[in-house]
Write a protein that binds this ligand. Structure first.
Ligand code: 9MR
Length: 374
């Protein structure tokens, strides 16, 4: 009789698994003492980190903070170290929040990343103005130098990697037309308009010669024309002695990717090693959007097929990143958010882009990714 009951129970469980797409795995909370750690698992390949906010690390006893300490060995601030937050007015820097973040990282052996020194978004308008007029190229270059020097030298030896410039290549794969490129233009007359970028990298390198300096952008993994444009721009700047150490692939990807195309696009940027043998790639903002870009958003159903695809997307990406690590070109991977509940991709519709769900529970895909490591 007991046996029959057991059979009925296990058949019911199997049916539930089929219907819900959940396996019989016992999913743990990311902060559980006996939960695995993604950073620890991948330690021979690359660091693994997340974008966080000051409130996530404010209370060491919170589940968020325990998750961070358990799961990650590199961190970046999602918004609080951007120009509008660090340098809202010309004569006023606001360092408190970032100081605390950097101290938290340093005290806990976590590699701190700085995001971002120069960007066309989340930047205060004063940079580009001189009274009611546009600032001159000279004035803007001077402001770039002051801004970068002040920030990078304050965190010398404490912030090991900076996204010096962010998203300078546009969707059309041309240098983005922004106030930075418009005003500074081809200041040195050498035929390119990378001058604002060059000034930022040079100032950052002078302020902290040991800091890793990254040029960060999106869609590099999916758009070969953008990857080629990035390759050409960096090649040109390296030939002029601009101290760029690596390219950051943001990797805001969709659920389902063209693996071969992604691999080819990484290869394009890897070829910068022919110019600088130490050139590196970082993955800086990884997440998997459950909705296609521009697609009408109906609440996603977490069907078995959907979850399998989600897991495959993540495992494919991690597989490729492990190969890149084996080639010695990638050593840092950062996820853009701590868990599903706080992702920037929740814009009115619940999204499920991370490996940790909104209750801080580890997802099936998380375990699948960890299984890639023997
Ligand atoms: O996640 C960030 C979100 O909270 C902000 O509202 C947004 C403002 O532009 O920036 C988001 O972070 C972006 C990052 O700084 C650069 N790459 C794209 C990220 C997602 O938009």
């Amino acid at each position: 009789m007991k046996k029959i009951y057991l059979r009925i129970i296990s058949a019911a469980l199997a049916a539930a698994v089929l219907l819900t797409g959940c396996s019989s795995r016992d999913l743990q909370y990311a902060y559980d003492d006996d939960a695995p750690s993604i950073a620890e698992t991948f330690k021979d390949y690359f660091r693994v980190g997340a974008a966080v906010n000051s409130w996530d690390i404010a209370d060491p006893n919170s589940n968020q903070c325990k998750t961070i300490l358990k799961q990650y060995n590199t961190l970046v601030m999602e918004n609080e170290s951007k120009p509008e937050n660090l340098h809202p007015e010309e004569d006023r820097y606001y360092f408190d929040t970032f100081d605390k973040f950097v101290d938290f990282c340093n005290e806990n052996d976590i590699v701190a990343r700085g995001h971002t020194l120069i960007w066309h978004s989340q930047v205060p308008g004063w940079f580009f103005k001189d009274g009611n007029e546009d600032a001159s190229a000279e004035l803007l270059l001077q402001r770039i130098r002051d801004h970068v020097t002040t920030i990078v030298s304050r965190y010398k030896g404490k912030v090991s990697t900076w996204d010096v410039v962010n998203e300078v290549i546009g969707d059309d794969s041309q240098l983005r037309f922004s106030d930075w490129s418009r005003i500074v233009g081809d200041y040195d007359g050498d035929g390119d308009k990378y001058d604002f970028i060059e000034e930022a990298f040079r100032a950052a390198h002078e302020a902290d010669p040991d800091a890793r300096l990254i040029i960060n952008d999106y869609s590099l993994e999916s758009s070969s024309s953008k990857a080629i444009r990035m390759y050409n721009a960096v090649k040109q700047m390296l030939s002029e002695g601009v101290p760029i150490d690596g390219v950051g692939f943001q990797m805001h990807i969709g659920n389902g990717i063209d693996y071969e195309a992604m691999k080819e696009n990484f290869k394009i940027i890897s070829r910068l090693r022919e110019i600088d043998p130490d050139f590196i790639i970082e993955v800086t903002e990884l997440d998997v959007n459950c909705y296609g870009w521009g697609e009408e958003k109906k609440d996603v159903e977490l069907t078995k097929d959907f979850l399998e695809q989600f897991s495959k997307t993540y495992t494919d990406v991690f597989k490729l990143m492990m190969e890149l690590s084996d080639e010695g070109i990638l050593d840092s991977v950062v996820m853009w958010g701590l868990h599903d509940g706080v992702s920037w991709l929740n814009d009115g519709h619940q999204n499920y882009p991370m490996l940790i769900d909104k209750d801080l529970k580890l997802k099936e895909a998380y375990y699948d990714v960890l299984e890639l490591v023997e």
